[in-house]
Design a protein around this ligand. Structure first.
Ligand SMILES: [Zn+2]
Length: 704
């Protein structure tokens, strides 16, 4: 009987390699402007064609040639059984139980005064116990007191001047247009035209804009393992033992959460392009399509996901992506996986949830942002890449985008308070399941998780707590206590965490900042216009968002983001009008005037302090820092219009939106909290001191 020659074996191995290569070479598609094919469409296409040919023909040919037909089939069956046995009975590596762990639990936006109040009232017994047996203190936040800035300091132990994150938004240095600060997707450099398709020849690159080494990387360098779950500004993920990215992960459109609404109602305006009017046929059947990400190989064309809606008892029946399910009014659907077909086997996977806001005769159907699917992530959301899917195996599908709490849809009154709280309960349960599974695994020396629900509920329901908020009286009695409820939930999560700790584990609980009422919005660009620093184009009295009506040649300063003022500096801004020599004097003048600015209605001061970047941002990464950072007084905050460059007529406006609590004010007014399960033997003043504390705990552990 002829035996296999070396050449035969090489060819078999090659065929097997091609099979494997094809499954790996699935397109890794980045949403938004910079669609990136990390593995490359070329690899996929060539791999598919070659491997299909090779797989189908080569092994058969070889086997038949060497063994004859019957024996060849027997050999194939034997190989299959062998492969199955190897897969089924591979030795399971059971990790050793790690003891003496350092556990870090973050509650975004937990305020020391509120925590103290409810601890005193006996509503937060676990926090009280922790404070009594260990320590409790205020923890100073960053300047400005914003989550991406503060959690970047938490990670790196440095200030914004070194880690380079200064605000949710940053200015684009060539257009003045605000841009997202946390991550950046560099577009693919070259595309090749092929049969009218645009094929990207390389993968665009996704970068985390945070500079510096996070403490979990430092810990891993000393041979320890870390699990880090949903910490803000961890996208793309750091290459550690286990990480699931948090704030910064986009939806499938590349945005931070774009929802859609389908309604049979006539639309008053066509401004919001995600609200679509649909016309049912005589049976009520609606045939429509959800707009997905841009087609990565056909420029300017979006991929579509067709679906239908029809009347059903007490609700609707939805058919999408081969699935059919009923939905009642006020009900959120389970996760629905959707595939946007690109070409052949190339597709972009996502998942979404429906919420039936209103049923027939006037249909109103809400569709959540399209989330990255943990089983088939279009962008990297975990480390290692398979960790996101492992988590889904354990706890079921979960929200993946950075800020999944449907905050915008509530603020724009598209969904109700109850609908919103239903999402909060869901994301809270998901985070809890992940966190407890990480703690129960006992396989890392360091475990870190941030729960953001405390922040999101405080933002949206402070109006229930703050009797002087313009919306207080309109806030339903059933949701007035929502902030207290979420603090009690945090206490419950703490209790569950403590239950899963060994006596030699050490716990650090902290928040990134506190909270304050947001009763009035300050149109800071209007103030700059009134004081003559910002000028409009001839004949214009104002500008809409993105500064379209601004006369840059005459403009000396502009506000952008939640706390920043930028000097329109020559050589730096695209149409700069102020020389470097004039800049310092101009900053001093604006500061002097702004701290004296008063609320026209009450005479109250609007701004407590104005900070000069040269005083607060020592470091090498401060090129993008605002020239002045505005520390608003309590009750005030920059208006939403200001953050994007708009100038409504009034200087100060009552805040009639549900986003009613905030923290983007003078940082000394909104410190966070720090609790430890052990007495603190060192001074910890600021959130950027936390990495030193944690690394010392880990080091003490190694020395043991
Ligand atoms: Zn917040």
């Amino acid at each position: 009987m002829p035996s296999f020659s070396l050449a035969h074996i090489i060819r078999l191995v090659l065929a097997l390699y091609l099979v494997l290569a094809t499954s790996v070479a699935e397109a890794y598609i980045g949403p938004g402007a910079g669609i990136s094919f990390l593995q490359g469409v070329w690899v996929a296409l060539v791999g598919i064609v070659l491997s299909v040919v090779a797989i189908v023909l080569l092994p058969f040919k070889l086997l038949i040639r060497n063994f004859g037909e019957v024996k060849a089939v027997l050999v194939l069956v034997g190989l299959g059984v062998l492969a199955w046995l190897v897969y089924e009975y591979q030795p399971q590596v059971i990790p050793e139980k790690v003891s003496g762990r350092t556990i870090v639990l973050g509650f975004d936006g937990m305020d020391p005064q509120l925590a103290q109040r409810w601890m005193k009232e006996g509503l937060m017994p676990n926090f009280t116990r922790l404070a009594e047996s260990g320590s409790f203190q205020k923890l100073a936040t960053t300047n400005p007191a914003q989550s991406p800035v503060a959690w970047s300091s938490f990670a790196t132990g440095t200030g914004p001047g070194e880690h380079g994150v200064f605000d949710f938004l940053r200015r684009s240095t060539d257009t003045y247009v605000p841009d997202f600060s946390i991550s950046d997707t560099q577009p693919t450099k070259y595309t090749v035209d092929l049969f009218g398709l645009k094929i990207p020849s390389d993968g665009g690159e996704i970068i985390n804009r945070r500079i510096g080494e996070p403490f979990w990387m430092t810990a891993e360098k000393t041979g320890l393992n870390a699990v880090v779950l949903r910490v803000p500004v961890t996208y793309p993920p750091d290459p550690i033992y286990h990480m699931l990215s948090g704030m910064g992960v986009p939806d499938l459109l590349g945005s931070q959460g774009t929802y859609s609404i389908f309604t049979t109602e006539r639309l008053e305006s066509t401004e919001n392009r995600r609200i679509k009017r649909v016309i049912p046929d005589q049976n009520g059947l609606v045939e429509t399509a959800l707009v997905g990400p841009d087609n990565p190989i056909a420029e300017g064309k979006a991929l579509l996901q067709p679906f239908t809606v029809e009347p059903a008892p007490r609700g609707v029946q939805i058919n999408i992506s081969g699935k059919s399910f009923g939905l009642k009014e006020g009900q959120w659907s389970d996760w629905v996986g959707v595939d946007f077909d690109v070409l052949g086997p190339l597709h972009i996977s996502g998942m979404l949830r429906f919420l039936l806001l209103q049923t027939y005769p006037v249909l109103k159907l809400y569709v959540s942002p399209i989330h990255i699917d943990p089983y088939d992530p279009a962008v990297p959301i975990s480390s290692p890449p398979g960790f996101a899917a492992d988590l889904a195996d354990k706890i079921g599908l979960y929200h993946t985008i950075g800020m999944p709490e449907e905050t915008w849809s509530l603020n724009e009154d598209q969904i109700s308070d109850e609908d919103y709280l239903a999402v909060i309960r869901t994301t809270l349960a998901e985070r809890e399941a992940m966190w407890y599974s990480a703690l129960e695994a006992h396989n890392t020396e360091l475990a870190v998780a941030v729960f953001v629900q405390t922040d999101r509920v405080s933002h949206m329901f402070y109006r229930g707590l703050d009797e002087e908020h313009p919306l207080h009286s309109q806030t339903g009695a059933n949701v007035r206590g929502a902030v207290q409820w979420i603090y009690q939930e945090a206490d419950r999560v703490l209790g569950e965490t403590l239950r899963r700790m060994n006596p030699d584990d050490q716990l650090v609980v902290l928040s990134d900042h506190g909270f304050a009422p947001f009763r009035k919005a300050v149109h800071l660009n209007r103030w700059l216009a009134e004081t003559g620093y910002l000028k409009f184009k001839p004949g214009q009295q104002d500008t809409d968002a993105l500064f379209s009506g601004v006369d840059w040649a005459q403009t000396k300063a502009y506000a952008l983001g939640l706390n920043g003022i930028f000097i329109n500096q020559q050589g730096r801004e695209p149409k700069g009008s102020v020389s470097i020599v004039e800049t310092e004097a101009l900053k001093a003048k604006i500061t002097e005037q702004l701290v004296n600015a008063a609320d026209p209605e009450t005479g109250d001061s609007l701004v407590r302090r104005v900070f000069d970047r040269k005083d607060i941002y020592p470091g090498l990464a401060n090129a993008e820092a605002p020239d002045l950072v505005v520390g608003y007084e309590k009750n005030y905050r920059a208006s939403w219009q200001t953050t994007l460059g708009g100038t409504p007529q009034e200087l100060v406006e009552a805040n009639e939106q549900k986003w009613s609590g905030d923290h983007c004010i003078d940082p000394s007014l909104v410190p966070g909290v720090l609790f430890t399960s052990f007495p603190l033997s060192r001074e910890v003043k600021n959130i950027q001191d936390i990495p030193d504390l944690i690394l010392d705990l880990l080091e003490a552990r190694i020395d043991d």
